[in-house]
Write a protein that binds this ligand. Structure first.
Ligand SMILES: Nc1ncnc2c1ncn2[C@@H]1O[C@H](COP(=O)(O)OP(=O)(O)O)[C@@H](O)[C@H]1O
Ligand SMILES: O=C(O)C1=C[C@@H](OP(=O)(O)O)[C@@H](O)[C@H](O)C1
Ligand SMILES: [Mg+2]
Length: 172
């Protein structure tokens, strides 16, 4: 069965939008980060701190493949880095996958992430100036992978429901 995969930079709204989309479509939503946390009984923050990012990326790949192989239809919210490691971007093009890049500008991401960074180990210790510089460079480096998605939805200045509607139009 089809998997709807939402991807994009940290803070673009993958988890938030996937939850709302799931209600509308009555298809279950699985957040990849939460799936990993449950599997290893550790938070993302602790995995990064105690096991390191390379270990996290390995787990992330294994869990992504496991979710794609589920027999039922599900909505999967990826982590911001998922498409950028272990050739995961190739999996965004699979026959049973509908992938959507939630594209947000640097300003949108900075505004959202400066309020919401403590559980995101890659940015937790950055002040606002550092955060903007980091996001600008990092988003540029990652864009190649994000652009492998089958569809792109721009989320700037959109409400949660407007973004959900844009995704529903793609599915129609
Ligand atoms: N229009 C919007 N669409 C999605 N998220 C929004 C919007 N406006 C504000 N937010 C907030 O931005 C944050 C997005 O975080 P989250 O869904 O965890 O993103 P991700 O999973 O992509 O990192 C949440 O705190 C959410 O409430
Ligand atoms: O961009 C990244 O590399 C990461 C994004 C996070 O997910 P969100 O995009 O949901 O914050 C989480 O997987 C981890 O902190 C690493
Ligand atoms: Mg998330």
């Amino acid at each position: 069965m089809k998997k709807i995969v939402l991807l994009g930079y940290m803070g673009c709204g993958k988890s938030t939008i996937a939850k709302e989309l799931s209600k509308k479509l009555e298809i279950p939503f699985i957040d990849l980060d939460e799936f990993i946390e449950e599997k290893v009984k550790m938070t993302i923050k602790t995995i990064f701190a105690e096991k390191g990012e390379i270990h996290f990326r390995k787990l992330e790949h294994e869990c992504f493949v496991e979710l794609l192989n589920l027999p039922e239809a599900v909505i999967i919210g990826l982590g911001g880095g998922t498409p950028c490691y272990a050739n995961n971007h190739e999996l965004l093009k699979g026959e049973n996958v509908l992938s959507v890049y939630l594209k947000a500008s640097i300003d949108t991401l900075v505004a959202r992430l400066s309020l919401n960074k403590s559980n995101r180990p890659l940015i937790a210790d950055k002040n606002d100036v550092e955060l903007k510089e980091f996001i600008a460079t990092h988003l540029f480096e990652r864009s190649y992978y994000y652009n492998q998605a089958q569809h792109i939805v721009t989320v700037d200045k959109q409400t949660i429901s407007e973004t959900v509607e844009d995704i529903l139009k793609i599915l129609a």
